[in-house]
Ligand binder design. Structure first.
Ligand code: MN3
Length: 388
């Protein structure tokens, strides 16, 4: 692609929090980007609206029951309409795509991401579960196919920005910041009784339900630790997590000469999206500027891994390797869903993940089929631990 041409973007998960913000970013830079593909799982009304506005080459609705509705609504547009998860996994191979933004939730992001990499598309990675489940496989494929994996998660975008112009050998430590979520500082007595309603109120970021619950349990930070290991090629010991309630420093890198670089700004996901889509260019934006005088104190603290065991579990599975992070992720998807349906409490989420980790056999060096099987087994087992 020549620099004078527009980047053609496929957005997987276009109706979610990241997807809609990505379309906002793209609308602000019509000279730089065009929308090639939009996919959504269920929200057919919004997908139709987006398709009418951006007129992509193709749209895919994951839920096949909605096919006729969208097909009819877009009958007068030059847009290919498809349905089903197989179609989502296939559409990323289209010639008219330069970069794929993976913004769907959970394990479902894995196969489309693998296919996109194999087809030589750069990846703007917002689906952290992809690297959590299959980091080794994904990074190897990316290197074999000479594609870039550009982080969209704000912490990883921060690290990625700090690393520009630096040598990998001079990286001593990656310091991920954590907001601490809505239950920061709460004790076990309090946490026992929290409900999904309280968990869904995040202090700094406005996100989807899955990632918001993950933030409340610190699993989100755990998944990000695993994501960081694969993205930046460091060991678990080279990753620190520090609680930073204001979410102004998005993460840091410490170098071998003791220098630390931090990437800062008001919390707004449109910045990491813009950076990933625009990379290696830094495009201008009208996003609100940070004013230091409005924030006289930025605070830092140690995460509580006693009450928020998920973070400790994530470090544990990362050290163990193999299919262990995949088990952790699968069990987590099940418990978050159950918590959102008021079927289990806060601590039961970690309990069930731990029991699933004990149950599912360890497999080293898994391939795609092994991940698929592990994911299924771990989901099935953790479901049996949830009361009906
Ligand atoms: Mn994040």
């Amino acid at each position: 692609m020549k620099s004078s041409e527009k980047k053609r973007v496929a957005i997987l998960g276009s109706t979610g929090s990241i997807g809609t913000q990505a379309l906002d970013v793209i609308s602000c830079h019509p000279e730089k980007f065009e929308v090639a593909v939009l996919t959504a799982y269920n929200n057919v009304d919004l997908l139709i609206k987006q398709a009418v506005t951006f007129v992509p080459k193709a749209v895919v609705i994951g839920c096949e029951d909605k096919y006729l509705q969208i097909k009819e609504a877009l009958a007068n547009y030059p847009i290919d309409v498809m349905a089903g998860s197989d179609a989502i996994a296939e559409v990323v191979k289209l010639n008219d795509i330069d970069i794929v933004l993976t913004a769907m939730v959970g394990y479902s992001g894995l196969l489309p991401t693998i296919n996109a990499i194999k087809a030589g598309k750069d990846i703007a990675l917002a689906n952290k579960e992809t690297l959590v489940v299959a980091g080794e496989l994904i990074m190897q494929l990316a290197s074999d196919n000479n594609v870039k994996i550009l982080p969209v998660d704000s912490e990883h975008s921060a690290v990625f920005q700090c690393l520009q112009g630096e040598q990998h050998t001079s990286v001593e430590k990656i310091i991920l910041t954590a907001s601490g979520g809505p239950f920061f500082g709460k004790d076990a007595e309090y946490l026992k009784k929290v409900t999904k309603k309280e968990a869904l109120k995040h202090p700094c970021w406005d996100m989807g339900a899955k990632v918001t619950i993950d933030s409340a349990t610190l699993m989100n930070k755990g998944l990000e630790v695993i994501e960081a290991k694969w993205l930046f090629g460091v060991t678990p010991d080279q990753i620190d997590v520090v609680v930073h309630r204001q979410s102004i420093i998005h993460s840091m890198v410490q170098f071998s000469d003791s220098s630390i670089k931090a990437q800062m700004g008001l919390p707004d996901m449109r910045l990491p999206i813009l950076y990933a889509l625009g990379y290696p260019e830094r495009l201008s934006s009208t996003l609100q500027r940070f004013d230091f005088t409005q924030y006289p104190s930025l605070t830092f603290g140690v995460p509580d891994t006693q009450n928020f065991r998920n973070l400790a579990l994530a470090f544990q599975v990362l050290r163990e390797g193999g299919n262990r992070p995949c088990v952790l992720n699968a069990a987590n998807e099940i418990v978050v869903e159950a918590f959102l349906k008021d079927k289990i409490g806060f601590f039961e989420m970690s309990d069930i993940i731990e029991q699933t980790l004990e149950k599912i056999p360890y497999i080293s060096a898994p391939d795609y089929e092994t991940y698929k099987q592990t994911n299924q087994e771990a989901m099935n087992f953790s479901r049996t631990l949830i009361k009906a």
